[in-house]
Design a protein around this ligand. Structure first.
Ligand code: BTN
Length: 238
């Protein structure tokens, strides 16, 4: 696998996009030691000091546009399996759609970007993993691997492992579709079924998360019994 390593960049997602714009669809990874303009979900920043993993995976796909979001779950499973391999005793769990929790605090986040250039659809899966440090002022409590093990692995080592695991799950999705991905995600999910608070841009509501739909939405039962499918937003457990 081609891996482009940078000392510092604004955002590895933006770097990967430059390749797609020049009709180079990889597959490739861009990794940076630090980011000066790291991007998170829903317009948030991703603070990116040295020592953690900041990497973006670019690949071409023939999946129809409406299914590209399902790669979020492919990535979540791959990151989960990679980190379980590095720290098997941890209390790991996935939170919809692709946050990885360790001991109920967030250790990894992913930012999916998709596009079509030169008649080719592509996906950029940006992945941040807190290895040696984590922010303290986040909406969701955060942690890092160093809190849980004597010596956290290097970003280079984690990416080498992740790249192989991601490839296997990507092939699984390509050959067998979303069904095995959905099952694998559900097996690794925390608090499902379980009480959640859902924050959307315009409203916040409580309910019980019930299931992961075939289209990737989170199915939530409201207190009046109505079912609601959540396609975007932030989910808080409990
Ligand atoms: C989230 O908000 O949970 C998603 C965070 C994604 C951060 C990663 S770090 C590598 C890649 N480059 C970015 O600018 N963002 C993603």
């Amino acid at each position: 696998m081609r891996i482009i390593e940078l000392d510092s960049t604004g955002s590895t997602n933006a770097e990967a996009r430059h390749f797609a714009q020049q009709a180079d669809f990889g597959p490739l990874w861009v990794r940076a030691d630090q980011q000066t303009n790291g991007r998170g979900r829903n317009g948030r920043n991703w603070v990116s000091p040295k020592g953690n993993l900041y990497a973006s995976h670019l690949f071409a796909t023939d999946e129809p546009l409406h299914r590209l979001g399902l790669y979020s779950f492919v990535a979540a499973i791959a990151v989960y399996d990679t980190l379980v391999g590095l720290h098997p005793k941890g209390s790991w769990g996935l939170k919809w759609p692709n946050d990885l929790l360790l001991g109920k605090a967030k250790i990894s986040g992913m930012l999916l970007e998709t596009g079509k250039t030169h008649h080719q659809s592509w996906v950029i899966m940006g992945i941040g993993i807190n290895l040696i440090s984590h922010p303290s002022d986040t909406p969701y409590p955060a942690t890092s691997l160093a809190v849980h093990m004597p010596q956290a692995p290097s970003p280079q080592h984690v990416l080498t492992e992740l790249s192989g695991v991601f490839d296997s799950w990507r092939t699984e999705f390509k050959t067998k579709g979303f069904t095995p991905i959905r099952s694998a995600w559900l097996e690794r999910a925390i608090n499902l079924p379980g009480k959640v608070t859902v924050r959307l841009a315009q409203e916040t509501f409580n309910g019980e998360a019930i299931d992961l739909c075939e289209n990737g939405a989170l199915q939530v039962r409201l207190s009046n019994g109505t079912m609601r499918d959540v396609h975007a937003g932030d989910v808080y457990l409990g």
